[in-house]
Design a protein around this ligand. Structure first.
Ligand code: ZN
Length: 242
């Protein structure tokens, strides 16, 4: 089994299609998703339909719940809040029903998926640092916790009896005696300064995880954001990955 892992698609259809093409080309036959299918971007409905059609493991993100009114959007910045209000008007009843059915955590051994943090999945916490990640690593029993939410891809390994370390390799083998905390980054709105879409590929046969970056047609998405009347900031930031 090869699992393509995506997160934070944020209604960016061009990025999602590009990522799925690369993952399928690399042999992905199952898919996992760490939430925030919608919000910010111009194609929430088509992105939901594609994710639903993958029949994979999917958890909810705070934007998915905010569109439904299940999480307050009060803490969102003005561009994010405007996009939530706009997204609400775009979705069919069936698409809303799909979002409503998403759990906060999902397990596809050896992976556990959650949007923010395994310690408090409904609190939408951000985990940015090695120290923060290490504090999360006693909160799940599976070997690997995969998250999204921050839009910064990174990975941490903790082997018994040793301090946790940041993984700097793009591809690494999961050690049987170690635990991992991995952020998949964002498909649709990367914020680490690299505008390419981010995703993971996990090969179960050889226990190897790989972080991938994929180019897509940023200008096409920017045109859609502008013609939808969404905030200009949401178009501009895609080009810089910030
Ligand atoms: Zn997000």
């Amino acid at each position: 089994m090869r699992i393509g892992i995506v997160s934070d698609i944020h209604a960016n259809l061009e990025a999602l299609e590009a990522v799925l093409a690369v993952l399928r080309g690399r042999g992905a036959d199952h898919f996992a998703n760490c939430g925030d299918i919608v919000g910010y971007g111009p194609d929430p409905g088509p992105c939901i339909d594609i994710v639903r059609g993958l029949h994979g493991w999917v958890v909810a993100g705070n934007h998915d719940y905010a569109v439904l009114g299940r999480t307050s959007a009060a803490g969102f910045n003005s561009a994010a809040g405007a996009a939530i209000a706009w997204t609400r008007k775009q979705l069919t009843a069936n698409q809303q029903l799909f979002l409503r059915g998403l759990p906060l955590t999902s397990c596809c051994t050896p992976l556990v998926l959650v949007h923010g943090s395994p310690a408090a999945p409904a609190a939408w916490e951000y985990v940015f640092t090695l120290h923060d990640a290490e504090a999360q690593m006693d909160c799940y029993s599976e070997s690997v916790c995969v998250v999204g939410h921050s839009h910064y891809p990174f990975a941490v390994e903790r082997t018994a009896g040793r301090p946790a370390r940041l993984i700097t390799e793009r591809s690494w083998e999961l050690r049987p005696d170690a635990k991992y905390f991995v952020n998949a980054g964002s498909v649709g709105q990367p914020r680490d300064g690299d505008p390419r879409a981010s995703c993971l590929l996990y090969d179960d046969r050889v226990r190897r995880m790989e972080l991938l970056r994929v180019e897509y047609d940023v200008a096409a998405v920017q045109r859609k954001i502008r013609s939808a009347g969404l905030p200009e900031f949401l178009a501009v930031r895609l080009a810089s990955g910030r």
